[in-house]
Design a protein around this ligand. Structure first.
Ligand SMILES: [Zn+2]
Length: 167
């Protein structure tokens, strides 16, 4: 169990294409998930926001996402996300890797995510709106894509001092 350093915008490893996990790597998956949990909970304490985190953000270049909403946690191993239909919406997005910077971007409104849990059982989740946005954000991280890449104009970026943290 460890709180890991969160890589910040500009770090090369945030741009990596992460590797899928083999079923011989269950122990590694569990260890990464635990570090993601500890790191997310610590970030939330310091910055006042945060519901999910992707493995590359703690420099683990594997395809794992961790989500914690109201204490309920979900670990996504080797997730595959796809839109359910073509409906989209706009939202201000933020990220642990550039706290304070917000990006106005377009996301699919309804998505389906298929993944393995830590016991390597296949799972599926349908998500709408806010949760769909969150999952698309985290999923992008596994392919080295960041929210800032979705900024469409100079007006798509703004700074929010309340999200800069206490440090
Ligand atoms: Zn992020």
């Amino acid at each position: 169990m460890a709180i890991r350093e969160i890589l910040l915008l500009g770090h090369d490893h945030l741009r990596a294409e992460c590797a899928p996990l083999e079923d011989t790597q269950k122990e590694l998956a569990a260890k990464v998930a635990e570090d993601l949990r500890d790191t997310l909970l610590n970030f939330r304490k310091n910055f006042g926001f945060g519901r999910a985190i992707a493995a590359p953000q703690i420099d683990a270049l594997v395809r794992i996402l961790y989500m914690n909403i109201s204490g309920e946690e979900t670990v996504f191993v080797n997730p595959v996300l796809e839109p359910v239909d073509k409906e989209t919406f706009y939202v201000w997005d933020d990220c642990f890797s550039f706290p304070g910077l917000e990006v106005w971007l377009k996301r699919y409104k309804h998505v389906r995510i298929k993944y393995l849990d830590l016991n390597w059982q296949e799972q599926e989740l349908l998500a709408d709106g806010d949760l769909a946005e969150l999952l698309q954000h985290e999923y992008d991280h596994l392919d080295g894509i960041l929210a800032v890449d979705h900024a469409q104009t100079s007006k798509s970026l703004r700074f929010n001092k309340d999200k800069m943290g206490k440090a």
